[in-house]
Design a protein around this ligand. Structure first.
Ligand code: GAP
Length: 453
């Protein structure tokens, strides 16, 4: 697709997200706030499905990974030890003409020189480091002693709690700690919709191992994570694996893969999988003076474990799911011509609403009662949407736009008006093929559960 077409597609995706309640600008009625977003009724379900599936796959279905939920604000010493206080910064420049601020490494270049992305001027200040951590104070006195940071990643809590988790979970190497939670970065230029935000969520695993297993386990996690993306509806060919060369890796990392997705605004990072050696635990041993070593009682050895870290963004993955699912199809219209159907082809396990339930006519109490009864019976097991307004075709289109994989229609056959053979059956409509089949109400729950699990 040409660049213009891609940006027009992105605009239509953004507009759908607002129109159908996926994503809103934070504080919109006050003019918004750059880099912050709110998720509406559909967006929050999508994110929840994503996080729940990640948790199930990486924690609940594994014997060797346990979860935790750490605080967002931690002792400042954590960020000294991790190196964030000193080095977690981006190079910032100011445009001398229009006074806008930019991340120097992301500016466009002309004839080998960077220029302002806002006004085009090449009159820029020298780059200076800008630390991305948001600051606050814990307690009523705004002193340097009380200075705290909003965490810029969830990872550090897992290193800092390594000893407690090891002692209480009785795990043996290799094993992992997983966490999902908010992170904050005062990005100089938030951009590409939710892609680069100042407040976002991460899903991270710290997988501890022996040094000799580090490289092998990095490749193991790469494969696990690719499988995960496939299982939520992002096919492998859409994920680009970037094996980061040594010169571009953190000095302590022996291998780092970036997983990138083909967003309409360009191929961009979804997740990093880094083999971080024993850097993090060693730093915390050094700074805290506490013993975070692992004791192998069988081999009678004591050592600092190495770690492999798959670190994914919830918001970026949710955006990738929406971009991947978005489609505009030309289909036969009701009046004989063609019409455009906007549809989100979400994998059923990610779809915010699993099933739309409609009575054929809203002024027939028997149809309404039956449809409402089906909705009530399915609701404890999945998100359903009852809708009786407008023509059936219009109701299907509304569900297509939010990516509902199934719709059930209750008609006169269902309530036995056309004989006993079709009584207690409904029409099940499939979003992608737009095909319909007749199935007994009694089979509905199992059929849908099998598809969305
Ligand atoms: N603990 C390692 C770590 O935080 P990172 O590459 O800086 O590594 C991991 O971040 C992931 O977090 C990224 O791949 C991305 O999905 C997400 N992420 C990072 N910064 C983000 C931002 N400003 N907005 C949205 N997501 C972000």
């Amino acid at each position: 697709m040409a660049k213009d077409e891609l940006s027009a597609r992105m605009e239509r995706i953004v507009s759908l997200c607002k129109r159908r309640g996926f994503i809103f600008q934070s504080s919109e009625i006050y003019g918004g706030i750059n880099g912050f977003w709110d998720y509406g009724p559909m967006g929050v379900e999508l994110k929840r499905n994503l996080k729940d599936f990640w948790w199930r796959r990486n924690v609940q279905e594994r014997e060797d990974v346990v979860g935790m939920d750490g605080s967002i604000i931690m002792n400042r010493a954590v960020w000294r030890a991790s190196g964030h206080e000193e080095t977690f910064s981006d190079p910032m420049v100011d445009c001398k003409v229009c006074k806008t601020r930019h991340r120097a490494d992301l500016l466009p270049e002309r004839d080998g020189a960077k220029y302002c992305a806002h006004c085009g001027s090449a009159h820029l200040t020298e780059p200076r480091d800008f630390n991305l951590m948001f600051k606050s104070h814990a307690g009523p006195i705004e002193s340097d002693e009380n200075l705290v940071y909003l965490r810029p990643e969830t990872a550090q809590a897992m290193f800092v709690q390594f000893r407690n988790i090891l002692d209480t979970s009785r795990q043996k190497l290799p094993f992992g700690i997983a966490q999902i939670g908010k992170a904050f970065r005062n990005e100089i230029n938030p951009r590409n919709y939710t892609f680069r935000s100042r407040e976002f969520e991460q899903m991270e695993i710290e997988y501890f191992c022996r040094a000799e297993d580090g490289l092998r386990l990095t490749d193991y996690w790469l494969e696990e994570r690719l499988k995960f993306y496939e299982d939520i509806g992002i096919p492998r060919p859409k994920i680009h694996i970037k094996d980061i060369p040594a010169a571009d890796r953190a000095f302590y990392s022996k291998r780092t893969y970036d997983l990138e997705y083909e967003f309409p605004f360009g191929v961009s990072e979804l997740e990093g999988i880094a083999y971080r050696t024993d850097y993090d635990l060693s730093r915390h041993i050094e700074h805290s003076g506490k013993p975070l070593e692992y004791h192998d009682e069988v081999a009678k050895e004591k050592f600092v474990p190495h770690v492999v870290e798959p670190s994914a963004g919830v918001d970026r993955t949710a955006l990738a799911l929406i971009c991947e699912a978005y489609d505009e199809e030309e289909i036969a219209g009701e009046g004989g011509g063609s019409e455009t159907r906007t549809v989100l082809h979400f994998h059923p396990r990610m779809a915010p609403v699993k099933c739309g339930i409609f009575p054929l006519l809203k002024n027939k109490p028997a149809l309404v009662a039956c449809a409402r009864d089906i909705a009530a019976r399915l609701r404890p097991h999945m998100t359903v949407f009852y809708d009786e307004a407008g023509a059936i075709g219009r109701r299907y289109r509304r569900q297509d736009e939010i990516g509902t994989p199934f719709c059930v229609t209750v008609d006169f056959d269902t309530i036995g008006e056309n004989g006993p053979e079709k009584a207690e059956t409904v029409t099940l409509r499939h979003r992608d093929a737009m095909s319909q089949e007749r199935i007994p109400i009694a089979d509905l729950r199992e059929r849908l559960l099998a598809a969305i699990h």
